[in-house]
Structure formats: structure tokens, C-alpha cells
Design a protein around this ligand. Structure first.
Ligand code: GLA
Length: 401
């Protein structure tokens, strides 16, 4: 009897000591990451300027929270005691001071490292140093860790990510744990209790539908990423989201393509991590990234990932159930010319089989709101008509009358 009790208590202790931090990402995390624009060319002033822009351009108010330094923030070597140190030239005041600055703005601070012996850009990786590194992040008041997968010879992904999860838990400071092994080991199948988000694919690139090879791996444009992982929605939900990668909005595609990209990341309930230079961007880019009605779709409390309803005739139609029986819908024109949409709701039986939800358009009428123009568009008793430019999007929300 006594041994049973002892075993149960030990199991309980192990349980509370080995799980990820709960409650940190009930909706997809939102923020900014340095990699897409700056790669390893990052420094203290840049990060402070970005934090300032969060306020100036309304990003903070729109819900963006995390400022994440990707690869290249460290010195090339650990110190004599094996501690990670910030690159003294790029970050002369150190990471704690930077975290303090970001926190003073009401924002949160994220860092990057890698499960392998070195990061992808050749800086010291965490392999063999997991608990020591986790303690360093906690002592600098880090709130988010992106954990990559380069130089991981013979490591088992699930095991390696569990080790880092446990190290973070032991260090005691709640951090969002962002798994980045590019979908190679299907983390959606095992990472619900390990991380708060996991990359679904290799790296994004700023194009609509291209794929650029780099030998052993390739970068993918928006639609290549979406299409590569259009069957994993059932694994995503509050606290554990499929991550379709940092965004390329403002990085060179057309405004129409950027609008569609942002609408799609919102429909996918992907983390909304900006990847552009917030110090210099057009008003159109700001408008896309701070559209609160689109962001509300991404941040819907149900946290349900949307799905493709149809893509007949080069029109991508995607659907996402929202709270209070509402639905978001996007129509993306994949053709290289304008298209006139004429959608008859009464001819479609629209629902989400996975969640057992139906629009039931015979008995329900929904009002239609245009989330990009912020205007009403009638209701589902009439055909939905709109001209959609090439690669542009119509994004609507259906609310029950
Ligand atoms: C990998 C990741 C990227 C970025 C780089 C940094 O390629 O997938 O998102 O973090 O490494 O080297």
C-alpha cells in the first residue's frame, strides 16, 4: 500500500515537472522574427527600433506581442564555463538589457537556438547544454524559444524536443516553445504536449507559388507551403498550432498576393509572425498586417484551423468555423486575370465534418461582412457577387442573423 502511494506521488511529481508550460498560446502567437529580412545581420539598435515600431504603427494594439531574434544573436563560441553569450559587438548591452527594453514596451522577447551541435548558421547549438541554456534564457527573462533542427546527427526529434521542453520547465520561466524541424518528423503527431507550435514545412520564400532548390532542401512560396500541408488541420488547436512559417508580407510580392497570404495564414490559424522590415514599409503593408477583422479570424478562441472547401476553376475557397456559430470564408483568385465571382450559397452544403458543424443554409440566414473593406455585403439568401483581381482575395465573415 505504502509503495503504491509512493509510486503514485512520484508519477504525479514527474507529471508536473515534465509537461510543457500550459496556457501560453491559447490562440496562435503573434509577433515579429528577424530571419526573413535580416538573416544574421541583427543588432541591438535594430531590435529596439523594431520594438518602437510596434507601438508607432499599431502592431501592438493589433495583438502582435513577441519580438524574436533568430539565428546569429550569439558569439561564435561559448564562454569557458560553457555559457552562451550574446555577440558582444552586435549586442553590447547583452540579452537581459534587451529583454528589459522590450518588456518596458509591454512586449515579449524571444530567442532562437537549435537542437544540434551548431545552429543552421554555425553558432553554438544546445546539444548537451539544454538545461544550462534554458537557465540562461530564464535569467534573461526570455518569453519564447524557437528551437531549430540543424546539425542533429542521429538525434531523435521527439526525444530532443522533450529534453528541451523539460529543461525550460525546470528553469521555471514560462516560455512559448516553438518547434522548428520543418515537418520532417511529423511533429503534429507527437508534439501536442511538447511545444506550443511546430513548423509544418521547410523555409518560406517571398513568392506566390515557386519552389527554390538548395541541394538537400528547398524554400517554398505561399501556395507550395499551403498545399504541402493541407491534411494536418486535425492536429492543431488551442495551445498547439501548426506553424506555416514567418510571413513574407511586405517582402516583395504584390499587395494582392500579400493580402491573400495574410488571409490564408489567418484561416490556417497559423502563428502570425511578421518577417518584414518594420522600419520601412508601405502603408498598404501596414494596413494588411493590422487588419483587426482578419486578425480576429486568426485569433478566434475556438482555435480551429480552416480547410479548403473547393478549388474548382482556379478559385480557392477556404472555410473556418468561428465562435458563436459564425464562419470565415476566403475566395482567392489563382488566375492571372480578374474574375467575377457569383457564388450561390443555396447550392452548397457547407460544413466542417471534423468538428461536426454545418452552416445549414436552408434553415439559417447569415449576414455577410467584407473583412477587407469593412462593410456589409447582404446575406446568404442572395448570390455573393464580387470582382476579384488576379491573386487577390475576398474574405468574408458569415454571422447568424
Ligand atoms: C532554418 C529555419 C529558419 C531560420 C534559419 C536560421 O532554416 O527553418 O526559419 O531559423 O534556420 O539559420
Amino acid at each position: 500500500m505504502k509503495t503504491d502511494l509512493l509510486l503514485i506521488s512520484l508519477l504525479f511529481i514527474q507529471l508536473i515537472h515534465s509537461q510543457k508550460f500550459e496556457g501560453l498560446a491559447q490562440t496562435p502567437p503573434m509577433g515579429w522574427n528577424s530571419w526573413n529580412t535580416f538573416e544574421t545581420n541583427i543588432n541591438e539598435q535594430l531590435v529596439k527600433d523594431i520594438a518602437d515600431k510596434f507601438e508607432e504603427h499599431g502592431f501592438k494594439e493589433a495583438g502582435y506581442e513577441y519580438i524574436v531574434l533568430d539565428d546569429g544573436w550569439m558569439a561564435k563560441e561559448r564562454d569557458d564555463n560553457g555559457n552562451l553569450i550574446a555577440d558582444p559587438e552586435k549586442f553590447p548591452s547583452g540579452m537581459k538589457a534587451l529583454a528589459d527594453y522590450i518588456h518596458s514596451k509591454g512586449l515579449k522577447f524571444g530567442l532562437y537556438n537549435c537542437a544540434g551541435s551548431k545552429t543552421c548558421a554555425g553558432y553554438p547549438g544546445s546539444r548537451g547544454y539544454e538545461y544550462q541554456d534554458a537557465r540562461a534564457y530564464a535569467s534573461w527573462d526570455v518569453d519564447f524559444l524557437k528551437y531549430d533542427w540543424c546539425n542533429t546527427e542521429k538525434l531523435n526529434a521527439e526525444g530532443a524536443y522533450i529534453t528541451m521542453r523539460d529543461a525550460l520547465k525546470k528553469a521555471g520561466r514560462p516560455m512559448v516553445f516553438s518547434i522548428c524541424e520543418w515537418g520532417d518528423n511529423e511533429p503534429w503527431k507527437w508534439a501536442e504536449d511538447v511545444g506550443h507550435m511546430w513548423r509544418a514545412t521547410g523555409d518560406i520564400i517571398n513568392c506566390w507559388d515557386c519552389e527554390v532548390g538548395h541541394g538537400s532542401w528547398s524554400s517554398r512560396g505561399i501556395w507550395k507551403i499551403i498545399n504541402l500541408r493541407d491534411k494536418i488541420r486535425k492536429f492543431s488547436g488551442p495551445g498547439h498550432f501548426n506553424d506555416y512559417d514567418m510571413m513574407e508580407v511586405g517582402n516583395g510580392m504584390t499587395n494582392a498576393e500579400d493580402r491573400s497570404h495574410f488571409a490564408m495564414w489567418s484561416m490556417l490559424a497559423s502563428p502570425l509572425i511578421m518577417g518584414n522590415d518594420l522600419r520601412s514599409m508601405s502603408n498598404a503593408t501596414i494596413e494588411i498586417l493590422t487588419n483587426k477583422e482578419v486578425i480576429a479570424v486568426n485569433q478566434d478562441p475556438l482555435g480551429i484551423q480552416g480547410f479548403r472547401f473547393t478549388n474548382e476553376n482556379d478559385m480557392e475557397v477556404w472555410i473556418k468555423p468561428l465562435e458563436h456559430g459564425s464562419w470565415a470564408m476566403v475566395f482567392v483568385n489563382m488566375k492571372d486575370h480578374d474574375v467575377i465571382l457569383d457564388f450561390d450559397f443555396t447550392k452548397h452544403d457547407i460544413g466542417d465534418d471534423l468538428k461536426g458543424l454545418r452552416m445549414d443554409l436552408d434553415s439559417n440566414t447569415y449576414t455577410i461582412r467584407d473583412l477587407l473593406k469593412h462593410s456589409e455585403m447582404g446575406n446568404t439568401k442572395r448570390n455573393l457577387k464580387s470582382t476579384i483581381n488576379s491573386h487577390d482575395v475576398l474574405m468574408i465573415q458569415l454571422n447568424k442573423k
